[in-house]
Design a protein around this ligand. Structure first.
Ligand SMILES: *Cc1c(COP(=O)(O)O)cnc(C)c1O
Length: 417
């Protein structure tokens, strides 16, 4: 199709047209023909309260009337200050917040912090180590740590090399082997500034959930070898796996932690890279020493994003959202167990309100994503796949009834494959 809009990660020739979403009503998206779909992927993993939460709309409106944009260069503002204080309260060990616009740039900020941390101490280390099958965003630096040939093969020549530690199905048999590889790599290579990993689960890699003690063990190995640990909580933090700071629930002690997707509940683009005192203090000194972080975006800490994020996190507390997530995760798990018995379902993995369902769709000429979106739509749910994995990522505040409708919709979609 000829289209002015070039859609992300989309084979444009596969689509005759795109349904136009005209409004959001609670957990539902409505298109221009009046058809409604339940948002089973939280509009790319972001949505928390549904699409018409008046508390968030009010927070946005009142901030827009007071100060829609001002910067953090030489000056500050209350939304950025309040949100930082709130995030530091939520994230044990973290004491400082650096703002960017999206998950990729927040990860790149983390990488620059990690590398410069060592430079500032007079013992430069240049490399990042990361886990195979991990994903950290689509920009060039983020592709480096989250490299996947299937996604990024075209850009291989421009991507800085990072050290990829093998994970199960990507070079080793089990997670203990991965731990051994991490130990050996950190032992033998003194040039590694940080180990980078998604927290709790690998998401874009097809929903791969770490075994219970894995992240804690990685954290201990990093501490033993004096390597910084960067955890990417962009998709898995802020309640997706039922804790605010997933790394803390997993007993790991990162030096840097990154948040974005649910930070504003999907109402504005915003991301935050959090750092410990240890990291932050390495950037202090006389101006002439050039120790400060040479990074900043035009919209860093934009007041609209910060105000809506702060209100969002207040609502988590006021409405005891995590208790709801834990309760409803049981309903979700029961539904997923039922789905695992359906024909064409190869494997189902889940934790909290995150699930990946591998389906056999090899008989189909069109991409799995196209096919499943179209059938999902007929079943009144909005779905997106990664490879042959259907992702189910409902908004955290979804009701039991609507969650059951999503489960039924996914099951009927699979039965129609
Ligand atoms: C989405 C995602 C990113 C990248 O965030 P963008 O906002 O798309 O740039 C990074 N890491 C993880 C784990 C993600 O899910």
């Amino acid at each position: 199709m000829r289209s002015y809009v070039w859609h992300p990660n989309t084979q444009m020739s596969e689509w005759d047209s795109f349904q136009k979403i005209v409004s959001g009503d609670g957990m539902w998206l409505q298109d221009s023909t009046g058809h409604r779909m339940l948002d089973a992927v939280s509009s790319m993993w972001c949505n928390v309260w549904g699409h018409s939460e008046s508390e968030l709309i009010n927070a946005l409106n009142s901030q827009a009337r007071t100060l829609p944009h001002s910067s953090l260069f030489n000056i500050t503002h209350t939304p950025a200050e309040s949100l930082a204080e709130c995030l530091v309260g939520i994230c044990p060990g973290m004491e400082h917040v650096f703002y960017t616009d999206d998950g990729s740039t927040a990860m790149e900020s983390a990488f620059k912090m990690a590398v410069q941390y060592w430079k500032n101490q007079g013992c430069p280390k240049h490399m990042l180590a990361s886990l195979s099958n991990g994903y950290h965003g689509d920009t060039v630096g983020a592709m480096s740590a989250g490299y996947s040939d299937a996604f990024f093969g075209a850009y291989y020549s421009m991507v800085p090399q990072s050290i990829r530690i093998p994970t199960p199905n990507h070079g080793v048999d089990d997670w203990n082997d991965t731990l051994n590889h991490i130990s050996e790599t950190l032992e033998s290579n003194q040039d590694i500034a940080a180990l980078v990993m998604e927290s709790g689960a690998q998401t874009a890699g097809g929903v791969v959930i770490y075994p219970d003690a894995f992240q804690d063990s990685v954290s201990q190995i990093c501490h033993k070898h004096d390597t910084l640990l960067v955890v990417d909580e962009v998709a898995t933090g802020l309640g997706r796996l039922s804790h605010m700071a997933e790394y803390a629930a997993l007993q790991s002690r990162p030096d840097i932690a990154v948040y974005s997707k649910m930070l504003t509940a999907g109402y504005m683009p915003l991301a935050a890279t959090l750092a410990t005192d240890k990291v932050y203090d390495a950037f202090l000194g006389d101006y002439s020493e050039s120790l400060h972080l040479f990074h900043g975006h035009t919209f860093s800490g934009n007041p609209l994003g910060a105000a809506v994020a702060h209100r969002n996190l207040e609502l988590y507390e006021e409405r005891q959202l995590l208790q709801h997530v834990r309760r409803i995760s049981d309903v979700f798990a029961d539904g997923l167990k039922m789905i695992s018995d359906a024909p064409r379902v190869l494997d189902v993995r889940y934790k909290g309100l995150l699930a990946g369902i591998d389906v056999d769709i090899t008989h189909n000429a069109q991409s799995a994503n196209y096919t499943i979106y179209q059938i999902g739509r007929k079943n009144d749910i909005y779905l997106r796949t990664l490879g042959d994995t259907i992702l189910v990522v409902p908004p955290l505040a979804i009701s039991g009834d609507e969650l059951s409708q999503i489960i039924t919709g996914v099951l009927n979609t699979i039965l129609a494959l």
